[in-house]
Design a protein around this ligand. Structure first.
Ligand SMILES: C[S@@+](CC[C@H](N)C(=O)[O-])C[C@H]1O[C@@H](n2cnc3c(N)ncnc32)[C@H](O)[C@@H]1O
Length: 265
Protein backbone atom coordinates (compact mmCIF):
# COMPACT_ATOMS: atom_id res chain seq x y z
CA UNK A 1 0.00 0.00 0.00
CA UNK A 2 2.99 2.27 -0.53
CA UNK A 3 3.58 4.45 -3.57
CA UNK A 4 4.26 1.15 -5.39
CA UNK A 5 1.02 -0.44 -4.19
CA UNK A 6 -2.62 0.16 -5.06
CA UNK A 7 -3.54 3.82 -5.32
CA UNK A 8 -6.49 5.64 -3.80
CA UNK A 9 -7.87 8.11 -6.35
CA UNK A 10 -10.24 10.98 -5.65
CA UNK A 11 -11.86 11.64 -8.99
CA UNK A 12 -14.07 14.60 -9.92
CA UNK A 13 -16.64 13.52 -12.50
CA UNK A 14 -17.95 16.96 -13.39
CA UNK A 15 -21.39 18.50 -13.03
CA UNK A 16 -23.50 15.96 -14.94
CA UNK A 17 -22.69 15.93 -18.63
CA UNK A 18 -20.57 12.95 -19.64
CA UNK A 19 -18.54 15.11 -22.05
CA UNK A 20 -17.38 17.22 -19.12
CA UNK A 21 -15.54 14.27 -17.63
CA UNK A 22 -11.79 14.82 -18.11
CA UNK A 23 -9.69 12.42 -20.16
CA UNK A 24 -7.64 11.66 -17.07
CA UNK A 25 -10.72 10.86 -15.01
CA UNK A 26 -11.95 8.55 -17.76
CA UNK A 27 -8.64 6.70 -17.95
CA UNK A 28 -8.44 6.21 -14.19
CA UNK A 29 -12.08 5.18 -13.84
CA UNK A 30 -11.81 2.59 -16.61
CA UNK A 31 -8.74 1.07 -14.93
CA UNK A 32 -9.75 1.19 -11.24
CA UNK A 33 -10.60 -2.11 -9.53
CA UNK A 34 -13.14 -0.57 -7.17
CA UNK A 35 -15.35 2.47 -7.76
CA UNK A 36 -16.60 3.95 -4.50
CA UNK A 37 -19.48 6.39 -4.62
CA UNK A 38 -21.15 8.46 -1.93
CA UNK A 39 -24.73 7.71 -1.06
CA UNK A 40 -26.92 9.37 1.58
CA UNK A 41 -28.73 6.17 2.60
CA UNK A 42 -27.88 2.46 2.45
CA UNK A 43 -28.52 1.18 -1.07
CA UNK A 44 -29.23 4.75 -2.20
CA UNK A 45 -28.51 6.18 -5.63
CA UNK A 46 -25.62 8.39 -6.59
CA UNK A 47 -25.62 11.33 -8.97
CA UNK A 48 -21.88 10.92 -9.57
CA UNK A 49 -22.30 7.23 -10.36
CA UNK A 50 -25.05 7.91 -12.89
CA UNK A 51 -22.65 10.13 -14.82
CA UNK A 52 -19.97 7.46 -15.26
CA UNK A 53 -21.85 4.17 -15.04
CA UNK A 54 -22.20 3.65 -18.82
CA UNK A 55 -18.43 3.47 -19.26
CA UNK A 56 -17.67 1.03 -16.44
CA UNK A 57 -17.01 -2.67 -16.99
CA UNK A 58 -19.03 -4.20 -14.19
CA UNK A 59 -17.90 -7.71 -15.05
CA UNK A 60 -14.46 -6.67 -13.81
CA UNK A 61 -14.96 -3.56 -11.70
CA UNK A 62 -16.55 -3.58 -8.28
CA UNK A 63 -19.01 -0.88 -7.22
CA UNK A 64 -19.22 0.09 -3.58
CA UNK A 65 -21.64 2.63 -2.13
CA UNK A 66 -20.32 4.44 0.93
CA UNK A 67 -22.70 6.04 3.36
CA UNK A 68 -22.64 9.83 3.77
CA UNK A 69 -25.92 10.76 5.45
CA UNK A 70 -27.25 14.31 4.93
CA UNK A 71 -26.96 15.15 8.58
CA UNK A 72 -25.41 17.79 10.80
CA UNK A 73 -24.95 15.48 13.77
CA UNK A 74 -21.18 15.11 13.68
CA UNK A 75 -21.13 12.69 16.62
CA UNK A 76 -23.05 10.32 14.34
CA UNK A 77 -21.28 11.24 11.10
CA UNK A 78 -17.64 10.99 12.07
CA UNK A 79 -17.69 7.25 12.92
CA UNK A 80 -19.47 6.64 9.59
CA UNK A 81 -16.75 8.54 7.72
CA UNK A 82 -14.12 6.46 9.54
CA UNK A 83 -15.94 3.31 8.50
CA UNK A 84 -15.85 4.45 4.86
CA UNK A 85 -12.14 5.21 5.16
CA UNK A 86 -11.50 1.72 6.57
CA UNK A 87 -13.52 0.09 3.77
CA UNK A 88 -11.35 1.89 1.20
CA UNK A 89 -8.12 0.96 2.95
CA UNK A 90 -9.12 -2.71 3.13
CA UNK A 91 -9.39 -2.80 -0.67
CA UNK A 92 -6.01 -1.10 -1.04
CA UNK A 93 -4.49 -3.69 1.29
CA UNK A 94 -5.77 -6.39 -1.05
CA UNK A 95 -3.96 -4.52 -3.81
CA UNK A 96 -7.16 -3.26 -5.44
CA UNK A 97 -7.01 0.33 -6.66
CA UNK A 98 -9.92 2.46 -5.50
CA UNK A 99 -11.46 5.46 -7.26
CA UNK A 100 -13.75 7.54 -5.05
CA UNK A 101 -15.96 9.58 -7.34
CA UNK A 102 -17.37 12.97 -6.53
CA UNK A 103 -19.73 15.10 -8.48
CA UNK A 104 -17.99 18.27 -9.76
CA UNK A 105 -14.54 18.78 -8.29
CA UNK A 106 -13.27 16.70 -5.36
CA UNK A 107 -11.71 19.68 -3.58
CA UNK A 108 -14.90 21.74 -3.41
CA UNK A 109 -17.43 20.80 -0.69
CA UNK A 110 -17.16 17.12 -1.47
CA UNK A 111 -17.60 13.99 0.63
CA UNK A 112 -14.23 12.82 -0.69
CA UNK A 113 -12.54 15.44 1.50
CA UNK A 114 -13.69 13.75 4.71
CA UNK A 115 -12.32 10.31 3.83
CA UNK A 116 -9.21 11.84 2.27
CA UNK A 117 -8.41 13.62 5.53
CA UNK A 118 -8.96 10.50 7.64
CA UNK A 119 -6.94 8.28 5.28
CA UNK A 120 -3.97 10.64 5.02
CA UNK A 121 -3.87 11.05 8.80
CA UNK A 122 -4.47 7.47 9.87
CA UNK A 123 -2.93 5.58 6.97
CA UNK A 124 -0.06 7.84 5.79
CA UNK A 125 1.39 4.93 3.78
CA UNK A 126 -1.54 5.12 1.29
CA UNK A 127 -0.66 6.62 -2.09
CA UNK A 128 -3.31 9.16 -3.04
CA UNK A 129 -3.95 10.89 -6.34
CA UNK A 130 -6.57 13.59 -6.78
CA UNK A 131 -8.06 14.23 -10.22
CA UNK A 132 -9.79 17.59 -10.53
CA UNK A 133 -13.18 17.82 -12.19
CA UNK A 134 -15.24 20.58 -13.80
CA UNK A 135 -16.99 22.15 -10.83
CA UNK A 136 -20.67 23.00 -10.78
CA UNK A 137 -19.69 26.65 -10.38
CA UNK A 138 -17.97 26.72 -13.76
CA UNK A 139 -20.78 24.75 -15.36
CA UNK A 140 -23.51 27.00 -13.90
CA UNK A 141 -21.66 30.17 -14.87
CA UNK A 142 -21.16 28.92 -18.43
CA UNK A 143 -24.78 27.79 -18.79
CA UNK A 144 -26.07 31.13 -17.50
CA UNK A 145 -23.36 33.21 -19.22
CA UNK A 146 -22.51 35.00 -16.03
CA UNK A 147 -18.88 35.76 -15.12
CA UNK A 148 -17.66 34.38 -11.83
CA UNK A 149 -14.97 37.02 -11.69
CA UNK A 150 -13.82 39.53 -14.27
CA UNK A 151 -10.78 41.83 -13.90
CA UNK A 152 -10.42 42.68 -10.20
CA UNK A 153 -13.79 41.44 -8.96
CA UNK A 154 -13.78 39.59 -5.62
CA UNK A 155 -15.78 36.35 -5.33
CA UNK A 156 -17.29 34.65 -2.29
CA UNK A 157 -18.39 31.02 -2.45
CA UNK A 158 -20.59 29.94 0.44
CA UNK A 159 -22.85 27.03 1.29
CA UNK A 160 -26.39 27.93 2.32
CA UNK A 161 -25.69 27.71 6.03
CA UNK A 162 -25.51 31.46 6.55
CA UNK A 163 -27.92 33.64 8.50
CA UNK A 164 -29.78 36.44 6.79
CA UNK A 165 -27.50 39.18 8.21
CA UNK A 166 -24.38 37.23 7.14
CA UNK A 167 -25.70 36.91 3.61
CA UNK A 168 -26.36 40.65 3.52
CA UNK A 169 -22.81 41.37 4.62
CA UNK A 170 -21.41 39.05 1.94
CA UNK A 171 -23.51 40.63 -0.76
CA UNK A 172 -22.39 44.08 0.33
CA UNK A 173 -18.74 43.14 0.50
CA UNK A 174 -18.16 40.97 -2.60
CA UNK A 175 -18.72 41.66 -6.30
CA UNK A 176 -19.86 38.11 -7.00
CA UNK A 177 -21.42 35.75 -4.47
CA UNK A 178 -22.03 32.08 -5.25
CA UNK A 179 -24.55 30.40 -2.99
CA UNK A 180 -24.27 26.62 -3.01
CA UNK A 181 -26.95 24.28 -1.62
CA UNK A 182 -29.51 27.05 -2.07
CA UNK A 183 -32.43 24.80 -3.07
CA UNK A 184 -34.06 24.67 0.37
CA UNK A 185 -33.56 28.34 1.30
CA UNK A 186 -34.31 30.22 -1.90
CA UNK A 187 -37.15 32.22 -0.35
CA UNK A 188 -34.99 33.69 2.41
CA UNK A 189 -32.27 34.49 -0.12
CA UNK A 190 -34.71 36.27 -2.43
CA UNK A 191 -35.90 38.40 0.51
CA UNK A 192 -32.33 39.55 1.11
CA UNK A 193 -31.76 40.19 -2.60
CA UNK A 194 -34.91 42.33 -2.66
CA UNK A 195 -33.78 44.30 0.39
CA UNK A 196 -30.53 45.09 -1.41
CA UNK A 197 -32.14 45.67 -4.82
CA UNK A 198 -30.13 42.80 -6.30
CA UNK A 199 -32.81 40.36 -7.47
CA UNK A 200 -32.20 41.12 -11.14
CA UNK A 201 -28.48 40.40 -10.70
CA UNK A 202 -29.04 36.78 -9.67
CA UNK A 203 -28.96 33.60 -11.73
CA UNK A 204 -30.47 30.34 -10.54
CA UNK A 205 -28.90 27.13 -11.87
CA UNK A 206 -30.20 23.70 -10.98
CA UNK A 207 -29.02 20.26 -12.13
CA UNK A 208 -26.86 21.86 -14.79
CA UNK A 209 -25.77 19.40 -17.44
CA UNK A 210 -28.77 17.09 -17.06
CA UNK A 211 -32.13 16.80 -18.82
CA UNK A 212 -33.74 18.45 -15.77
CA UNK A 213 -31.49 21.51 -16.00
CA UNK A 214 -32.98 24.86 -14.98
CA UNK A 215 -30.99 28.03 -15.69
CA UNK A 216 -32.99 31.17 -15.13
CA UNK A 217 -33.13 34.70 -13.79
CA UNK A 218 -36.87 34.38 -13.11
CA UNK A 219 -36.56 33.65 -9.40
CA UNK A 220 -40.23 34.38 -8.74
CA UNK A 221 -41.28 31.22 -10.56
CA UNK A 222 -39.30 29.10 -8.10
CA UNK A 223 -40.28 30.78 -4.81
CA UNK A 224 -42.19 28.58 -2.40
CA UNK A 225 -40.99 25.54 -4.34
CA UNK A 226 -38.51 23.07 -3.00
CA UNK A 227 -35.74 22.98 -5.52
CA UNK A 228 -33.37 20.07 -6.04
CA UNK A 229 -30.33 19.83 -3.76
CA UNK A 230 -28.09 20.42 -6.79
CA UNK A 231 -29.05 24.07 -7.09
CA UNK A 232 -26.78 27.11 -7.06
CA UNK A 233 -27.42 30.84 -7.14
CA UNK A 234 -24.85 33.23 -8.59
CA UNK A 235 -25.22 36.92 -7.80
CA UNK A 236 -23.04 39.26 -9.82
CA UNK A 237 -23.50 42.85 -8.75
CA UNK A 238 -22.06 44.29 -11.93
CA UNK A 239 -24.82 46.24 -13.67
CA UNK A 240 -22.99 47.55 -16.76
CA UNK A 241 -20.75 45.02 -18.57
CA UNK A 242 -17.08 45.62 -17.73
CA UNK A 243 -15.71 46.52 -21.16
CA UNK A 244 -18.56 48.94 -21.80
CA UNK A 245 -18.06 50.54 -18.37
CA UNK A 246 -14.30 50.93 -18.99
CA UNK A 247 -14.93 52.49 -22.40
CA UNK A 248 -17.31 54.98 -20.84
CA UNK A 249 -14.80 55.81 -18.11
CA UNK A 250 -12.03 56.30 -20.67
CA UNK A 251 -14.22 58.54 -22.79
CA UNK A 252 -15.11 60.64 -19.76
CA UNK A 253 -11.49 61.04 -18.78
CA UNK A 254 -10.39 62.06 -22.33
CA UNK A 255 -11.05 65.76 -23.04
CA UNK A 256 -12.51 66.62 -26.47
CA UNK A 257 -10.72 68.99 -28.86
CA UNK A 258 -12.57 72.02 -27.45
CA UNK A 259 -11.63 71.03 -23.90
CA UNK A 260 -14.98 69.47 -22.87
CA UNK A 261 -15.08 65.81 -21.81
CA UNK A 262 -16.13 63.38 -24.57
CA UNK A 263 -19.63 62.00 -24.00
CA UNK A 264 -19.55 58.50 -22.49
CA UNK A 265 -20.46 55.74 -24.93
C1 LIG B 1 -21.73 19.08 -1.85
S1 LIG B 1 -21.63 20.37 -3.02
C2 LIG B 1 -20.66 19.61 -4.24
C3 LIG B 1 -19.90 20.58 -5.11
C4 LIG B 1 -19.08 19.86 -6.16
N1 LIG B 1 -17.97 19.14 -5.55
C5 LIG B 1 -18.57 20.79 -7.25
O1 LIG B 1 -17.37 20.86 -7.50
O2 LIG B 1 -19.40 21.40 -7.92
C6 LIG B 1 -23.22 20.34 -3.70
C7 LIG B 1 -23.64 21.69 -4.23
O3 LIG B 1 -22.98 21.94 -5.45
C8 LIG B 1 -23.85 22.62 -6.36
N2 LIG B 1 -24.08 21.76 -7.53
C9 LIG B 1 -23.53 20.56 -7.73
N3 LIG B 1 -23.88 20.06 -8.93
C10 LIG B 1 -24.68 20.99 -9.51
C11 LIG B 1 -25.34 21.06 -10.76
N4 LIG B 1 -25.25 20.06 -11.64
N5 LIG B 1 -26.08 22.16 -11.03
C12 LIG B 1 -26.15 23.18 -10.14
N6 LIG B 1 -25.52 23.17 -8.94
C13 LIG B 1 -24.81 22.08 -8.62
C14 LIG B 1 -25.15 22.87 -5.59
O4 LIG B 1 -25.05 24.14 -4.98
C15 LIG B 1 -25.12 21.76 -4.57
O5 LIG B 1 -25.93 22.03 -3.47
Amino acid sequence: MSARGAVFYGVGVGPGEFELLTLKAERILRAADVICYPSCKPGGSSYALRIIKPMLDLSRQRLEGLLFPMDKDFARLIPIWHESARAIVSHLRENRSVAFITEGDPMLYSTFLHVYEIITEEFPEVAVEIVPGVSSLGAAAAAGRIALGQADEAIAIVPATYQKHELKELLERFDVVVLMKVGAVLDQVVEVLDELGLRDRALLASRVGTKQEIVTRELEAYRAKRLHYLTTLIVSKRGVPLVRALQAQAAQARPSENGAAVEPI
